[in-house]
Design a protein around this ligand. Structure first.
Ligand code: SF4
Length: 347
């Protein structure tokens, strides 16, 4: 998975989903995870830039991955493998999730991610299918995409509503330098796997590209990445950089200006999701409103719940809610003595 984002920097790719500078610092990706008490496999929900209010489902031990990315915010890979097996008991994962949902637990997405690469779990497809039977909450999978050359992995991923793979290199040498893959993995096979998956899968593919200063931000790499993305045909492209402490200190972030230049090269579908302060400040108000509407369209919520979900101060949320209520964009409903804000109820 894209560890930068997720936990790593990943990305939910939308500028609109970036955390606000006025809000408390949050994990931008699920990988950085918030542990939820007695749960062993669930973490959060956390506010993810890419997935909103998202409950993480961690199905491999830390840190089990096919890659050992220099930008990984989880640190060095301690178990590098391509072996698929039941790293944690699938029945325990689904039982924990069932309990969470039965107790009224909520989320905008249920996201397989966590301490490594979730497609390494041999029962990932089974767990996704069982999750879909339990709830209508959409299922997402964060993956580095390394095993997409395997038709069985693609079949299992196809059960999810959204798949968020990453691709940060178009040249084999760059792939080796940045992702430091397991010795059996080849970039061509991974790109071909992504293309095959696009043809087979009807759900959403949100591709993340993590740029590392001086490594994959040169004109040749960008031109080749542009071509690869055009062939893969993802629904969205999320552009990120090294915004969290990386596994290797030489992995440095691009500036906001540099990211915008790369965005222009990669094309119109590309959204910058990097949580750089110089990028977030000018658009803060717009971004708060976007996240708020995204939340309220799905879950009527109290001011306190909204502030917690968006990780913003109550005062800021209160001002935004008042403005949106006065303009008729959202409604207020009283229930059991509490005020709930909702969007789309009368439109
Ligand atoms: S090493 Fe694995 S978990 Fe870390 S960023 Fe790379 S793919 Fe993601």
């Amino acid at each position: 998975m894209n560890a930068t984002t997720q936990k790593p920097i990943s990305s939910q790719g939308r500028q609109s989903r970036r955390l606000q500078p006025s809000c408390k610092s949050q994990p931008d990706d699920l990988s950085s995870g918030v542990s939820s008490g007695e749960n062993r496999y669930l973490f959060g929900p956390v506010h993810s830039r890419r997935l909103g209010f998202s409950l993480g489902i961690d199905v491999v031990p830390a840190k089990t991955c096919t890659f050992n990315c220099i930008f990984c915010q989880l640190g060095h890979t301690t178990h590098q493998t391509i072996e698929r097996k039941e790293y944690v008991p699938a029945a325990e994962v689904t039982a924990e999730l069932e309990k969470y949902l039965a107790s009224g637990g909520r989320a905008e997405y249920l996201t397989f991610s966590g301490s490594g690469e979730p497609t390494l779990h041999s029962k990932l497809g089974e767990m996704i299918a069982q999750t879909k039977q339990m709830t209508k909450i959409p299922v997402a999978v964060l993956t580095c995409g390394a095993l997409l050359y395997d038709p069985q992995v693609r079949r299992e991923l196809a059960l999810a509503d959204v798949v968020l793979p990453s691709l940060s290199a178009a040249l084999p040498a760059t792939f080796q330098a940045i992702n430091r893959p397991h010795g059996t993995l080849h970039l061509d096979a991974i790109v071909n796997g992504l293309k095959s998956f696009r043809k087979e899968y009807r759900g959403q593919i949100w591709l993340e590209v993590v740029l590392v200063k001086g490594l994959n931000d040169n004109p040749q790499e960008m031109a080749l990445l542009h071509d690869a993305i055009a062939q893969i045909k993802p629904d969205e492209v999320h552009l990120n950089t090294v915004v969290r402490p990386p596994a290797e200190s030489e992995a440095q972030a691009l500036s906001a200006t540099e990211l915008r230049r790369m965005q222009a090269i990669l094309g119109a579908k590309v959204e910058i999701i990097a949580d750089l302060p110089e990028m977030a400040a000018p658009a803060m108000g717009h971004l708060v409103v976007h996240d708020l509407m995204h939340l309220l369209a799905r879950h009527p919520a109290t001011l306190e719940e909204i502030a917690e979900s968006l990780n913003c101060k109550h005062e800021i949320i209160w001002l935004v809610l008042n403005s949106l209520t006065e303009s008729g964009v959202i409604e207020v409903r009283e229930h059991r003595g509490k005020k709930f804000y909702a969007a789309g109820l009368s439109h």
